[in-house]
Design a binder for this molecule. Sequence first.
Ligand code: DGY
Length: 322
Amino acid sequence: MKPKVYITRRIQSEGLNVLEPFCDIELWEEDRPIPKTILLEKVKGIRGLISMLSDPIDEEVIANAKALKVVANFGVGYDNIDIACCTREKIRVGNTPGVLTDATADLAFALLLTLARRIEEGAQYVKEGRWLSYSPTLLIGKDLSEKTVGIIGFGRIGQAVAKRAKGFGMRVIYANTSRKPEIEDQIGAQCVFFNELLEDADFISLHCPLTPKTERLIGEKSFERMKKEAILVNTARGKVIDTEALIRALRTKRIAAAGLDVTDPEPLPQDHPLLKLDNCLVIPHIGSATTRTRGRVAEMSAKNILAGINGEALPYPVNMIG
Ligand code: DGY
């Protein structure tokens, strides 16, 4: 009998093809997160679980999954999983680092450019039939070159954003838990204190993981330090920003604009105040959403599952099981 694997969403064939010869796969077919009550039933008897960042894999789920050997998160962030609990229960956890770096950095830069050059407003202006002539004063935006981008979290994705910024002629500063001197030289980035970054940057892009230390890292006090012209971009996790403080900062024009691929709550309800603000651009967590990237994410998740159900070390591990 093949080991049972549950997948909480339909994933790309690159992943399914890896698993199908060896596993008995069941999928949550609906295009919405699996309800917790159903997940609690589905995990009974499974050996492997491919989970999405929207599925809380907590003590309750793990307690129901007595045969579970491996959880493969479909993505790089794994703040949805109780890692300590998995480790205690000797369940291996894996993620998909590296493959989504470029796609996510591209998207952060796309948000930055869209806001700086007022692309969304421009498209709307044309659609509304208001484009009657060339105008020297129409939709004046912000330059990128010679401006400073501040990158918070200087891991793979932060560094990839830094490289893009350099290509646009920007000055790059970063704040991180540790200094990265070799990368600084390579890219031409400067490490600064967190508060200095907030005060100095024209554009701020968030790339830190969500941890107890980074939860609501960007709050009232941070916004007070930012330039009035600052544009804030978040492709990391919604909870890194204090949403209420962001709403106030955008409403009062304390900062110029925000571009969010991730939000808190996520998704935002239709009547959420952020969706009523002209200076806030929200897109639906599509950082890694390209054909090649999602194919690779699916394949890596599947390879983590195969290793885990065979009791082997995962190719892309998050925790270590002795
Ligand atoms: C991840 O994989 O953690 C990203 O949030 C995808 O956009």
